[in-house]
Design a protein around this ligand. Sequence first.
Ligand code: NAD
Length: 331
Amino acid sequence: MDARQRMEQLVEQLNHYSYHYYTLDQPLISDKEYDALYDELTALEAETGVTLPDSPTIRVGGELLEGFKPHRHLAPLWSLDKAQNEEQLLNWNGRVQRLIADYNSKNPDHPLPDPTYVVELKFDGLTLNLTYSDGKLVQASTRGNGAVGEGILAQVKTIKSVPLTIPYREGTIEVQGEGIMNLSVLSKYNETAAEPLKNARNAAAGALRNLNPKTTAERKLSAFFYNVGYSDNIQFADHREMMDFLKENRFKVNPYITYHNDFAQVMEELHQIVERRSTLDYLIDGAVIKITDMRIREALGYTDKFPRWAVAFKFEAEETTTILESVSWNV
Ligand code: NAD
């Protein structure tokens, strides 16, 4: 089989697995297996210089479920670039440094500052995009294909920690977070459930994309918010200001957010997160490293699929946590 034929085969397989994962919330294979096929496709695309038009490497998410009213996001929702080891993380940071240097050589009168970093947990649930108009929650949607998601306002309203009104009333904003099911809630639910749920990620995603909001309510979901993706009136200088805004407006923000001036500290924090993971009452599948400063984010911009100013450090699947922790990775 030549490279082109293998690429066609991989695209078809990956799109089939994505449909089961994103659209049906019933994955057929583990994330690790999916990621291995995805990485093989990325390598072949780099080697041949060809990207097939329906390749998952240039698309965000999956198809929309019928029955939900589509919502066009006011600003696109993105996927995340990913790194699985120290070398890939350092490569990402090297690229960031090069892009900043390039920008500064073209804009000597208005150079960008040195980058600083924020590290957050990468929650494993379903992306939520909430729309507030003049302080009132008017829409909630899934990420969908990044441009259009499924409207799930009634379902999201069952999450008790989601504010229905916020103090900020100056126009429209869209706020992103992750809908999750706490692990303690999942165990309790399974004690009496006729059909026990296998996994907190699919339990949360399946409940939010259920046409009956009563089913969503029974799952007692929660959510963490981490981004203001659109606002017609407000601009933030950096991530800290944005997170303060979210807290002031009563959104649930995760307590584990750390800010770092250099990349060695980022690596150290990733170690801490690997150790902390088993103590958390929710699933995480990694950590997300983002550039703090908004001017740098704007200058770095986006590829077709993800921002250049952020990267996800992906852990092994939950089942292999203990193995991962004992062999660990070399940072
Ligand atoms: P992603 O899940 O790797 O990253 C983007 C998402 O991260 C965002 O949409 C957001 O919801 C989430 N996120 C959580 N915490 C965040 C934070 N603090 N800041 C920003 N975003 C945060 O991207 P993706 O493209 O949705 O998914 C790719 C992954 O999905 C693959 O690596 C694979 O593991 C998995 N997948 C699995 C299968 C399967 O069959 N098992 C199929 C398709 C995809």
